[in-house]
Each structure stands twice: as structure tokens, then as C-alpha cells.
Design a protein around this ligand. Structure first.
Ligand code: ZLM
Ligand code: CA
Ligand code: ZN
Length: 397
């Protein structure tokens, strides 16, 4: 109906457990799992489920999560509830819960929530290993800040690390790419001592007017992993620090140039792409001015390299635009073009209607220079790319 054709022999799988939607971080917390409800409704309204295999994965088990995370941390995470939590307790703070910012609150069903999104990423990775799909998608995953014994930045379990660990059972070199507006620090740290994973993150980096660094405060261009020459992981991270307000053309050029160079030199046999939607214009927490199709250009660019691809979500704090973007990117994976007028029979259509919500279309203009002036000059970006190419010397030959 909307001109979709699945190329012969090319398959996409969609891994989604709808129980993830019913969890709440708290009323004013920016992370809203119901953005996944909106995403699913758009994907279904456009009929994209007929262009891919749908899976409803089971939650991951304690033992599966323990492949990366410490058991003491998992015991705490699996037992803590809003009723029994002691916010002054040492363990509570040491494991990253609560604190001043309350980035990682304890909420009802927390353990259920984390096991569901992690199970979906692991199920997607298995599908790639079994060659059941060429591209496997989990929009509920991508929680890149979690450490083995620490919750951080809305992330409790690092589903990305778990999925990469599965891919490493068959793949010699896995490339991780992260276009969330925040630095993918947890994934970088997990693989800092191996040359079998290369991590590449694009993100906002810098100090605010109020003196606070943009979260998590790491990921400058000179941070390339360990510096000890005896460490196998040396130079196997590349960070691309970006300033406020980057526009479509600049980001597309930066992404294509740097990602292309990394793929050519590292030659990965599998790729994991974290597609955080907080790099869009108008995001509640982000600082960039990207439109949906520029964000989707990154997915298309990576997909065209033809390597097994795990595509996962991440941040994204303006739910209607998260849903638009991930629906568009699902279509990019199956090779479909979508009509700009949203199908009118979708539930929650009000969320997309009215001038302030994007006027009932799939591709509203999100470039909003009033919110974030573009502080990235082409000269600065050229210098950044030159430095990035210099950093790649460790993986030459
Ligand atoms: N304070 N509520 C991105 C993770 C970003 C840390 C700590 C000074 C928020 C934010 C939480 C309801 C991903 C920081 C010190 C006070 C920030 C962050 C709860 C609003 C709320 O209204 C809120 C009471 C909350 C949290 C805003 N936190 C905005 N930014 C970051 C974490 C996660 O997208 O990368 C992947 C999913 N935290 O900046 C402080 C350092 C300032
Ligand atoms: Ca990033
Ligand atoms: Zn983010």
C-alpha cells in the first residue's frame, strides 16, 4: 500500500516485548518507556510488520545478565523495590541509585523492565548468529551508560555489552557505533582491553554556562582507550566530540567520512548501531538540530556496508519524534519509503497532531535554530576529522 518491497534474500527481524511499555521512571523523569508504544503504533500503522519477522523475546535471566554484570550488583537490582529501598544506604548509592539527580530511580517492576530490554537485545544478537536475519532491531535497548556494577544515566543493565559478548562467540571483530547525543561510555569501558571490539561514539561534549559538563563528561577526541602500549585495546575507541546545534549536512558529512574510514580500516564482521534519538532537533535533553532523515541517513549508510547489523534504541526524550525516527529507520532497514501524511487510524494520533506536535506528518521540520545556535564551524569540523583520521593509525594494517 505504501510501496514497500523487500529485496530478495534480505531479512529484517524486529525484537519487541510489549511488557516493557508499562514501566514508569516517575512522573517528571525524562525517560518514558511509553515512547515505545508510540513507535510500535507507527510501525504497525504503516504496515511494516509485513516486511519483517516479529519476535516477542522472553526476559533475560539473572545468569545471562551475570555474563557481564557483577552478581552482587544484580542481587541488589533484583531485590530492591520502592518499598524496601533505603536511599541513605551505602550499597544504594554505591550502585548508582538515587542521589541528587535521581537519574536512576528505583521504580515498580525495575527488574522486570531491565530483563525485558536485555532479553530483546540478546534475542536479536542470536538471530544474527543463526543467520535468521541480516538486520535485527530492538528499539527498547541501547542503554549504553550502565557499568558492570553501577547504574548510570537512566541505564541499569548494559544490554549492548551483553549482545556484543554474544556476537564475539562467532565474530572476530565487532564494530560498535553510537549516535546518541551522549557518550557511549559504558560500552567503551567494557571493551577497553580488547582489540576485538572497536567503539565509535558521536556526542555532544563540553562545559555548560552553569559550569557543568554535558553528561557523562567524557569522550573528548584524545580519549582513545588505554595508552599502555602493551594493552591490546589501545586505540580501539574513537570519540567524536560535537558542539551545540550541528545541522543535517554537517552531521551527515562527519558521520559518513569518519564511519567509512573506521569500517574500511577495521573491517568488522558484525556491526552494532545504537540509534539514540536524543540527537534530533527539539529533543528535551539534546543539543543538536538534526532532522529525522539526517538521523536515518546514518542507519542507511551503515546498513549499506552489508555486514550483519544489530540496530538498537537508546536515548530520545521527545516521545513523538522518537517514534517518528525509529519508525522511519525501521522502514530504511526493510527498504520502504513511507508517506509523509501519517495514517489517520493510528491510536494516539493526537500525540502527532497540532502545530506543536509536528502537524500530523511523519517528517516535520525539527531544525530549530532558536533553541540551539550552531557553534560548529566547517573549519572546526575539518580539524576534528583530521584528528580522527590521525587517531586511526593504531588499526592500520
Ligand atoms: N545534577 N527527574 C542520558 C542520561 C543523562 C547528572 C547530576 C545537578 C537529567 C535529568 C531525573 C524527575 C542516554 C546528569 C547533578 C543537580 C545532573 C541528565 C528525574 C530531569 C530529571 O526531572 C527529572 C524529578 C531527571 C534527570 C533531567 N539527567 C538530564 N540529564 C544526565 C543523565 C541517557 O540518553 O544517553 C541513554 C538512555 N545526568 O547530567 C547530573 C550529572 C546535574
Ligand atoms: Ca553517542
Ligand atoms: Zn542520550
Amino acid at each position: 500500500e505504501y510501496g514497500m518491497e523487500k529485496p530478495q534474500g534480505y531479512s529484517v527481524s524486529f525484537h519487541y516485548n510489549p511488557h516493557v511499555e508499562y514501566h514508569h521512571f516517575g512522573s517528571s523523569h525524562p525517560m518514558k518507556p511509553w515512547r515505545l508504544t508510540l513507535t510500535k503504533q507507527l510501525v504497525l500503522a504503516y504496515g511494516l510488520e509485513y516486511c519483517m519477522e516479529l519476535y516477542e523475546p522472553r526476559p533475560a535471566t539473572f545468569d545471562e545478565l551475570a555474563i557481564f554484570h557483577d552478581r552482587e550488583y544484580l542481587s541488589f537490582l533484583s531485590n530492591v523495590t520502592p518499598q524496601n529501598a533505603k536511599p541513605d544506604d551505602n550499597a544504594y548509592l554505591a550502585f548508582g541509585f538515587g542521589g541528587d539527580s535521581n537519574d536512576c530511580p528505583v521504580f515498580d517492576g525495575l527488574w522486570n523492565y531491565v530483563s525485558i530490554y536485555s532479553g530483546a537485545s540478546m534475542n536479536a544478537a542470536y538471530n544474527l548468529l543463526n543467520k535468521q536475519s541480516d538486520v535485527a532491531i530492538n528499539w527498547s535497548g541501547g542503554l549504553h551508560h550502565a557499568k558492570k556494577n553501577l547504574a548510570s544515566g537512566f541505564c541499569y543493565i548494559n544490554d549492548i555489552v551483553l549482545a556484543i559478548q554474544l556476537l564475539l562467540t562467532q565474530h572476530q571483530r565487532v564494530l560498535y557505533i553510537d549516535i546518541d547525543v551522549h557518550h557511549g561510555d559504558g560500552v567503551e569501558a567494557a571493551f577497553e582491553s580488547t582489540d576485538r571490539v572497536f567503539t565509535l561514539s558521536y556526542h555532544k561534549f563540553g562545559i555548560d554556562r552553569n559550569g557543568y559538563p554535558f553528561f557523562p563528561g567524557t569522550g573528548n577526541i584524545n580519549e582513545m582507550g588505554p595508552t599502555d602500549p602493551a594493552n591490546r585495546g589501545k586505540g580501539h575507541s574513537l570519540n567524536i566530540p560535537i558542539d551545540d546545534g550541528i545541522d543535517d549536512d554537517q552531521y551527515k558529512w562527519l558521520f559518513k567520512t569518519v564511519t567509512g574510514a573506521v569500517i574500511d580500516k577495521y573491517n568488522p564482521t558484525a556491526i552494532v548501531l545504537q540509534s539514540g534519538a536524543d540527537s534530533l532537533g527539539g529533543d528535551r535533553l539534546g543539543r543538536f538540530n538534526l532532522n529525522i532523515k539526517a538521523h536515518g541517513f546514518c542507519i542507511e549508510t551503515v546498513k549499506n556496508y552489508g555486514r550483519p547489523l544489530l540496530l538498537i534504541g537508546g536515548g530520545g526524550y521527545t516521545p513523538r519524534n522518537v517514534a517518528r525516527t525509529w519508525c522511519h529507520e525501521t522502514a530504511v532497514c526493510v527498504g520502504a519509503e513511507l508517506h509523509n501524511n501519517l495514517p489517520t487510524h493510528i491510536p494516539y494520533i493526537q500525540a502527532f497532531q497540532g502545530a506543536e506536535n509536528g502537524g500530523g506528518i511523519l517528517y516535520p521540520d525539527l531544525h530549530n535554530t532558536k533553541r540551539h545556535d550552531n557553534l560548529n564551524t566547517d573549519a572546526k569540523l575539518n580539524k576534528l576529522v583530521a584528528q580522527a583520521m590521525e587517531n586511526l593509525r593504531y588499526i592500520e594494517g
